[in-house]
Design a protein around this ligand. Structure first.
Ligand code: NOJ
Length: 534
């Protein structure tokens, strides 16, 4: 386990939209470098940068054309290496985004794989034998009619993303390779080689895209895919013991035993996490992400959805709906690795979409005082808004969470000197769009609350990532929610009324708070919408 993860707080950067240093309308490595002091002063000591490799950008870079080449729009490999160095000088570790499940259809491996003549890459992807033969009985999407080779190939996500071949768990048709076939082995070695390439150049690990997606026809326990990650982890333990591996899997009970150091608890519509921040599930089974709104239509439709998320004022949220699932995962995995909770990410709607400043403060206070390794998505520290936009680079509804970082009231809110029409995405046009420079000066701003929270987390060892969580009070349909981390007690009341509960903890002073609360003679009292650390 890389020791640095224990007190890591990550800042996720969507490089397109963070800071444009050369005025071409799109963010770049040099732009990130100029903001490293800001990130350090905010209290984050690690970065996750979304894919920044050569790509046709049909899925924002998750369609990699060359794993070993930085995308020219962000800079060169040398610039990226300098970013690692500059980050390290400030005590910041850097994770790159590894996309092992698929490449771009423009990747040279795939181009070679399409050829009629057999070659080194013929089995790097998953091909059937005949032009009218589909991907079989497993329901994987596939494409035919594009290559001179007479077969169809499997997709991992969008059409532009052919699935790399890691073999099938139980190959039951002649075109399916086994997991120890030369083809599957070739893919594993190629991905290891990519990891070594960037580790040797100074990166500190990887956030792994669709980490569960490698072996096809895998069983429920992901036996085949897990075997590969264990092999990769063995390589890291031997040659790069400080390299961190964070899964996009959302199944820590599977991913951590498979070798990951951390796994996200994702902010999905149906997941436990949604119960905290955007609990729209009760509304006639309607899933917000399939709502027409998110294809860029009418924002007015949203208020009709009922929101029962826990941190929303008086929304009737119930912490046990989150905790039941969370604690099961936590107990099962706490001795193996970390659970990562997020403010949101480049695939989700921003939390400011349905929460106001105070609600966000309560949510963030929870997020940054829980065990595990938390992730803050750029802009969430200022409550940057979700915008209703047309799709860009395969973003669809996600595009609205990928707009330029809002630094100041200067041109393009300080993101870029380019003409407005040349911006990667428009900046928030509202007069009151939150910006860093103004919030820095306001002691009561969300930004300064986040900063003081991260300072608290950094200074109080009990609040680092280790599994010292004890639930003191969490009852269905009742408030407050109270938990202990070592010597510290954290208590939250998202409602508009005062609540109190008996806690066997005598008298304690508050060390951090929003709102008001007290703990005297074993009685914990919290005023409306408050979070107190005693
Ligand atoms: C998950 C990534 O987070 C998302 O942005 C991407 O579109 C898919 N994986 C496909 O790589």
């Amino acid at each position: 386990m890389p020791g640095w993860l224990k007190d890591a707080v990550f800042y996720e950067i969507y490089p397109q939209s963070f800071c444009d240093s050369n005025g071409d309308g799109i963010g770049d490595f040099q732009g990130i470098i100029t903001k490293l002091d800001y990130i350090r002063d905010l209290g984050c000591n690690a970065l996750w940068i979304n894919p920044c490799f050569d790509s046709p950008f049909h899925d924002a870079g998750y369609d990699v054309r060359d794993y070993k080449k930085a995308a020219p729009r962000y800079g060169t490999n040398e610039d990226l290496i300098r970013l690692f160095e500059e980050a390290h000088q400030r005590g910041i570790h850097v994770l790159l985004d590894l996309v092992p499940g698929h490449t771009s259809e423009e990747h040279a491996w795939f181009q070679e794989s399409c050829r009629l003549e057999r070659n080194e890459y013929s089995d790097r992807f998953i091909w059937t034998e005949f032009c009218f033969q589909g991907a079989g009985n497993h329901g994987y999407p596939y494409v035919g009619g594009e290559a001179e080779r007479p077969g169809t190939y499997l997709l991992n996500f969008f059409k532009c993303q052919p699935a790399l071949n890691y073999g099938w768990l139980d190959p039951d048709e002649s075109w399916k390779c086994s997991t120890d076939s030369a083809g599957a082995r070739g893919t594993i070695e190629a991905i290891k080689d990519v990891m070594r390439f960037w580790m040797d150049r100074g990166c500190d690990g990887f956030r792994v895209d669709m980490a569960a997606s490698l072996v096809k026809g895998d069983d429920e326990k992901k036996t085949g895919t897990s075997r590969i990650w264990k092999e990769i982890r063995a390589m890291l333990d031997k040659d790069y013991p400080e390299c961190a591996l964070v899964a996009e899997w959302s199944h820590p009970d599977l991913s951590l035993p498979a070798g990951f150091h951390a796994d996200f608890l994702l902010n999905e519509p149906a997941g436990p996490y949604a119960k905290l921040v955007r609990d729209y599930q009760n509304h006639a089974g309607r899933n917000i992400l399939s709502d027409p709104y998110f294809t860029g239509l009418d924002p007015e439709q949203i208020p009709e959805l009922e929101d029962h998320s826990f941190f929303k004022k008086d929304a009737g949220g119930d912490i046990t709906r989150f905790l039941d699932e969370y604690l099961r995962l936590y107990e099962e995995t706490k001795d193996t690795g970390y659970i990562s909770m997020i403010t949101c990410n480049h695939d989700t709607v921003r939390p400011s979409f349905n929460m106001d400043q105070r609600e966000l403060e309560l949510f963030y206070a929870f997020l940054f005082t829980m065990p595990g390794v938390p992730f803050l998505y750029y802009g969430d520290e200022i409550g940057q808004r979700y915008l209703s936009l047309r799709t860009k680079e395969g973003g669809y509804f996600r595009t609205g969470s990928r707009t330029p970082m809002q630094w100041s009231r200067e041109k393009n809110l300080g993101f870029s000197g380019a003409d407005e029409k040349d911006l990667y995405l428009p900046v928030d046009p509202s007069q009151d769009a939150p910006v860093v420079s103004e919030m820095q000066k306001d002691p009561d701003s969300l930004l300064n609350t986040v900063r003081s929270l991260l300072k608290l987390r950094r200074e109080e060892e009990d609040l680092h990532g280790q599994p010292n969580l004890k639930i003191l009070y969490a009852e269905s349909g009742k408030l407050p929610f109270v938990y202990q981390r070592g010597e510290r007690i954290c208590a939250v009341n998202p409602s508009s009324g005062q609540v109190s509960v008996r806690i066997d903890a005598g008298d304690r002073d508050a060390v951090w708070k929003v709102g008001e609360g007290s703990l005297q003679d074993g009685v914990l009292t919290l005023e409306a919408q408050s979070f107190v650390v005693f």
